[in-house]
Design a protein around this ligand. Sequence first.
Ligand code: UDH
Ligand code: NGS
Length: 287
Amino acid sequence: SIANPTRQQKTGIPIKACPKKSPYLVGPFVFHHFIGTLEDLNNKYEKYRPELGGKFKPLECQPRQKLAIIIPYRDRRRHLIDFLSHMPPMLLRQQVEFTIFVIEQDSPEIFNRALMMNVGYLEALKQDDYSCFIFHDVDMYPINDYNIYQCSTSPTHMAVAVEKWKFGIPYRAYYGGVVAYPKTVIEKTNGFSNLYFGWGGEDDDLGSRLAVVGLKFVRPPAVYGRYATPVHSKDKGNPEAPNRFRLLNDAKRRIWYDGLNSVVYNVSKIEKKKIYTHIHIAVDRQK
Ligand code: UDH
Ligand code: NGS
């Protein structure tokens, strides 16, 4: 079983690299809402012995990459509980080393998803030398474990068969929901734009950054890249960004000065929970 430490683990003798394909994969699996609290979940994974802050490692082999899952977040507790219940079992079957970072925007009122992604990247790297980053909406739940949570050399758009669009995507160039980036690619694109306050456009902006640096994103086959998306009501504090079309128009010009090299934020709190790391962020909205 995946849960039992091997003799090698107990004796501390180095263990061999994880296989290219985990033997534990099952293919399609089901999304269930979790009935319970965050505290219940915190105790659910004790047998996997995650390090504080929620660093999970496969017990039986040496993983190939270190993955940070970054969730831009605010006021979606129910979704977060479902995420934290749904993801670790799948990732453990995939034999992935991972940590989930929840990046919560405390202020200002208008939400900025891509800025939270920049913050997540920078803050995760202060904790460990992650080589792979998956930026993930809190309300998208993978339902096929052949959709492997690892980075290839290309950026990858993972959410390609999304329930709310009848297991499709809304338009060909859609680049939202879940994207995987090796660290090297994030460095190349100067991360993401900090200017999209409110809903819409920031994901299209990520896509145009790739074009500037001459990269294309890839996608897993639609039979694997499947996501359950429970319906929810509209968020407060995330009205449509009125300037998003204007921003998109000069997205390609802004890449060198709007991104990781210009992001300004304050960390108000870092909570290292048993199964994930919760970081609270305050941003000054510059006019
Ligand atoms: N998010 C939050 N809190 C918020 C807003 C967004 O946590 O208040 C995060 C969360 O991870 C969410 C992601 O940002 O999954 C994307 O949010 P979104 O509002 O862009 O997308 P979602 O699919 O909702 O969750 C779609 C609302 C449709 C608005 C249509 C306007 N024309
Ligand atoms: C496009 C938005 C994207 C968004 C996508 C799906 O119109 O940011 O819809 O939205 N682009 C612009 O507004 C320029 S969804 O149905 O998930 O709310 O991701």
